[in-house]
Design a protein around this ligand. Structure first.
Ligand SMILES: [Zn+2]
Length: 185
């Protein structure tokens, strides 16, 4: 067995980082199914692929569906919580509070509806795969690895991920509470 050089390992790590699932997409203006990812930037909460059409030069930025799912759930939970506080209590919410709440709903829609529409405008070619030839840029930490892992999955997994995290968090909190109560009271 050949001795592995540090460089090899580094290269493998880079391939792993640059290997999130990507597909070829159909270009909206020229309809050619030839758009490939030319860059992948990992932002704090999701990543963005830039696609370029070799035929007409059109470019577009695509957020993976799983991350759209995470964004929709997190936003939806925050709004539900806010709405609950707003409408559950005694009396009527003020006009200002209602305006802010409506504004937040519109902001959530303004963020995610265009991202969803881009997936429709530039549909992925079924069963295609487009390797990204350059390493992913941006955040390289644990969160980035988690983002890339989740983004290999679909919209539904994305929608459920925040709920799974909350359950895990509550589970750990309950366990700590239980241990504390059982052994240290
Ligand atoms: Zn094109």
């Amino acid at each position: 067995m050949a001795l592995r050089k540090h460089g090899d390992f580094e290269l493998e790590l880079n391939t792993l980082r640059a290997k999130p699932m990507t597909k070829i997409r159909t270009c909206a203006p020229c309809k050619k199914p030839e758009m490939s990812p030319v860059s992948h930037v990992i932002k704090p909460f999701h990543s963005v692929y830039e696609y370029k059409c070799p035929n007409c030069g059109e470019t577009t930025e695509i957020v993976p569906t799983a991350s759209i799912g995470v964004g929709v759930t997190v936003g939806g939970l925050a709004l539900t919580f806010w709405g609950f506080i707003l409408f559950w209590g005694p009396g009527y919410p003020s006009v200002l509070a209602l305006t802010l709440f409506a504004g937040a709903i519109l902001a959530l829609l303004a963020i995610w509806v265009p991202e969803i529409l881009k997936h429709r405008l530039y549909p992925a070619v079924p069963n295609s795969s487009a390797p990204l030839n350059i390493p992913s840029q941006g955040n390289k930490g644990l969160i980035a690895k988690l983002i890339v892992l989740i983004e290999k999955m679909g919209f539904l997994v994305g929608l459920l991920t925040p709920i799974a995290f909350i359950m895990m968090f509550l589970g750990i909190a309950a366990l700590i509470g239980y241990i504390n109560f059982t052994f240290f009271e």
